[in-house]
Design a protein. Structure first.
Length: 425
């Protein structure tokens, strides 16, 4: 700041002296004419002008010397700063090189660790495959031994029960048609959409539980059928057997449950179904023993119901010749060019995706202790089958073995009496 003040002062002095010298010579002469010596002829104006010029010269010289000194100091300071910056840059480069070396070493260590991890993963995968293979071999051997034992002892299936806990996304209703189907917002969907539950009871035999639209029955009991069957929708808190419901749901591992359960049971004892054959079919890797599917259009309880539906929805039902219409259980045929309406199909697909999760299929053997084998099921992704939606249930995990008549007591089915020829099995 001091050097700057001095420089400014010198510049100001030069300006003032220059202006004074100019003004002293302005409007008059600085010496007199004559033959006297020059110094004697210079008047006061001239001496003032001459003094200003000499003083300006001296100050100019001083200013230039001062400027040079400042330039020299500035260059020296700049050189020092440049040297300092160069040194800092060199130190930074050295630190960067060291950091790069450390990073390279870290990359090498990481690569080594990754290689060791890959080797460990490979070893674990090999071990897992070995364990899985051994488990499959043991399971296969166990199944083979069990099937052989069942076949040797002529074990027979007494009944087959399908147990389905509904998720929290399902409807809370007490009849199968409302429990297993969505709440349609289109009238034709409500009036004409029926339902079928298909349950495998033999190696190649599937029993169908059919529900027509509008069926509000909480349960059905059909002992007169060739395969007697029964079904019902039960709420956990009103069933009287809460512990059983909770135990089944705990075995299945279903996290979402609205406390409603759909159950369907088929009585097979009169047909003397082989337990070994059914167990082999259910334990197969690709076993899908249960399916729920839409029936379009629904069946009708009476001829009058059918004719009213024909009149109301002529484009959805193919008429049957009057003389061939039975008095009950009218089964209309859908028009070939009239697939399941998109509005209905969209709701069914979404409902099938969210309302079902896990289930259980229980086969009870014809023994005094009512030994049962429970297969865990999981709902697969819904699919279209001949223009209507269907959701299949596939087996997973290992079956559970127990001795209990709990499910028989829940269903309360009125099965036909056991024939003497069957009592010994």
């Amino acid at each position: 700041m001091k050097l700057l003040t001095t420089t400014a002062f010198l510049n100001l002095a030069l300006l003032i002296i220059g202006a004074t010298a100019t003004l002293s010579a302005f409007g008059g002469s600085t010496w007199r004419e004559g033959n006297d010596p020059l110094l004697q002829r210079i008047n006061r104006r001239g001496w003032l002008s001459l003094s200003c010029l000499l003083l300006a010269l001296a100050i100019g010289i001083k200013k230039e010397i001062r400027t040079e000194e400042q330039d020299t100091q500035t260059r020296a300071l700049s050189d020092q700063q440049q040297q300092k910056l160069s040194k800092e840059l060199g130190d930074s480069r050295l630190r960067l090189d060291r950091a790069n070396d450390a990073l390279s070493n870290l990359h090498l260590q990481l690569n080594d660790s990754q290689e060791r991890l890959n080797e460990q993963k490979k070893s674990m995968n090999d071990l897992r495959q070995s364990v899985t293979s051994a488990r499959e071999d043991l399971s296969g051997q166990r199944n083979a031994n069990l099937i052989t034992a069942m076949a040797s002892s002529d074990q027979r299936v007494k009944d087959v029960t399908f147990f389905l806990p509904l998720t929290s996304a399902a409807r809370t209703a007490e009849d199968a048609i409302e429990t297993l189907l969505p709440k349609f917002n289109v009238e034709s969907c409500r009036d004409l959409t029926g339902l079928e539950v298909l349950v495998l009871t033999q190696d190649s035999n599937v029993q169908r539980f059919t529900y027509r639209a509008g069926d509000k029955s909480k349960e059905h009991n059909n002992p007169e059928q060739s395969f007697p069957n029964a079904d019902m929708v039960e709420h956990q808190e009103t069933s009287g057997d809460i512990e059983l419901f909770n135990a089944v749901n705990a075995i299945l591992g279903q996290k979402s449950w609205n406390k409603y359960v759909y159950m369907a049971e088929v009585y097979t004892l009169h047909h003397l179904d082989s337990a070994a054959t059914l167990y082999a079919a259910l334990s197969a890797p690709d076993s899908h023993p249960v399916a729920i599917r839409v029936q379009w259009p629904t069946s009708f309880a009476t001829k009058d119901d059918y004719e009213k539906a024909i009149e109301k929805y002529p484009s959805s039902i193919k008429p049957i010749a009057p003389e061939s219409i039975p008095l009950t259980d009218v089964e209309p045929q859908p028009l070939r060019d009239n697939s399941y309406p998109a509005a209905c199909a969209k709701q069914v697909k979404r409902y099938f995706e969210t309302a079902f999760d896990k289930a259980m299929l229980i086969i009870t053997l014809n023994q005094p202790q009512n030994e049962s084998i429970a297969f865990k099921l999981k709902a697969l992704t819904p699919r279209l089958d001949h223009g209507v939606w269907e959701v299949e249930f596939a087996t997973f995990g290992s079956p559970d073995f127990s001795a209990s008549d709990s499910f028989t007591s829940i269903m309360g089915a009125d099965w036909p009496p056991v024939k003497p020829s069957e009592a010994g099995h």
